[in-house]
Design a binder for this molecule. Structure first.
Ligand code: NI
Length: 391
């Protein structure tokens, strides 16, 4: 392997990134409402100089660093939104916005990309081509900010796109690389089972929506276990089941909601019909009726082979073999996939968990946090892979 000179992250940048992350952590904003966050990012980028700044949508920011020499265009994406969670952490920079929390690490993503931009703007003379920095809004809420930014034209002329997630299940010091399918498509369904309400002691005069809906839930499980290829991953989960008001009344209807996760396009597209066949058959068998809606969510994150290889080589050259973790896919979703629809791209994980420091809570938990030492690793990955992509 031919190793280019690796750029090290200075203490100055490391401290900047931690400071920015703490500011963002203290001032979280919900998806599509990232107004102060976007302004903070814009102002910080402006202070670096050498960048062409724009606002592709109301709460997103794009920065273009055009190198002194011609070449390819690399885009790097970070997401900026927080979640509707009441923070339970006790450190000094906890959320100042009640009920809103950076519980997924997007504060760290934004800070890492700012740090990357700061370093690369100082190396303009060494940049061949262009680096485009995407500070994306609304990752956590479908239809997602990614597709809005793509629709606004940010991917025009982009040759490769990369992005990262700080990942607490992975230990700090590790970088997780995955070739091919990495994260699933998160689709959503809504079912109403409609029976006929009445007295709980006179079930024969009713159509019991609870009994029928329970059968629907049970039989939906057979799609995964009996109707689809066991070697092709599929999850069907009912996450909400609501019906009835009290012990002696049979309710007229039951509401069911859930999620479907998959990677394969054909399988994914076959699921709504398979589900409806079950729902229709069960409700008809018992004299009930139904409403059914299936919403396709984000595309799956499928990493491009060549782009992934550059990331893997960056891990090996910048950190060494001990840092590289070839990770399995998971059934979570990520709207980074929106950018991958427009250019070859790859996503990777920056290990952010640390059991010794008690940093073990999962993403989206009220006590989630990251090991801030991971931020420097993310910046080093972005900076050095950029130089490899634009070599
Ligand atoms: Ni996230």
């Amino acid at each position: 392997m031919t190793s280019v000179d690796m750029i090290e992250i200075t203490d100055e940048v490391k401290e900047d990134v931690i400071r920015w992350r703490r500011y963002l952590h203290q001032n979280p904003e919900l998806s599509f409402q990232e107004e102060q966050t976007a302004q903070f990012v814009y102002d910080t980028l402006k202070s670096f100089g050498n960048l062409e700044l724009s606002r592709p949508t109301k709460t997103s920011v794009m920065a273009r660093l055009i190198g002194d020499q011609p070449g390819k265009v690399l885009a790097i994406r970070a997401d900026m939104d927080a979640l509707p969670i009441e923070e339970e952490n006790t450190f000094e920079f906890v959320s100042k916005n009640p009920g809103v929390m950076h519980a997924c690490g997007h504060d760290g993503h934004t800070a890492m990309l700012l740090g990357t931009a700061k370093i690369l703007t100082q190396m303009k003379d060494r940049i061949k081509g262009e680096v485009r920095f995407f500070f994306q809004h609304g990752e956590e809420l479908f239809p997602g900010g990614g597709s809005e930014m793509v629709a606004a034209g940010v991917m025009e002329g982009v040759d490769f796109v990369i992005g990262a997630h700080l990942w607490s299940p992975l230990a700090k010091g590790k970088v997780g690389i995955k070739y091919g399918a990495m994260m699933a498509s998160p689709d959503t369904f809504y079912i109403t089972v409609k029976g006929k309400g009445g007295h709980a002691a006179l079930p024969h005069q009713t159509v019991d929506s609870i009994a029928v809906a329970a059968q629907v839930v049970t039989n939906l499980q057979y799609i995964v276990s009996r109707n689809t290829d066991p070697l092709e991953p599929l999850v069907i989960t009912v996450g909400k089941f609501v019906g009835g008001t009290t012990h002696n009344v049979i309710p007229g209807s039951v509401e069911i909601q859930g999620t479907v996760r998959s990677f394969d396009k054909k399988l994914r597209e076959s699921v709504p019909a398979l589900m409806e066949r079950v729902i229709k058959g069960i409700t008809e068998a018992h004299g009930a009726t139904y409403d059914f809606r299936f919403d396709f969510g984000y595309a799956p994150v499928i990493n491009h082979e060549e782009v992934t290889r550059v990331l893997e080589e960056t891990v090996l050259e910048a950190f060494g073999e001990d840092t590289l973790e070839l990770i399995p896919a998971n059934m979570g979703g990520e709207d980074f996939s929106a950018f991958q629809q427009a250019a070859p791209g790859a996503f990777f994980y920056v290990g952010a968990g640390n059991a010794e420091k008690g940093i073990t809570y999962p993403h989206h938990h009220a006590r989630f946090t990251i090991d801030e030492d991971a931020l420097k690793i993310g910046v080093k990955m972005f900076v050095n892979s950029t130089l490899k992509f634009l070599k």
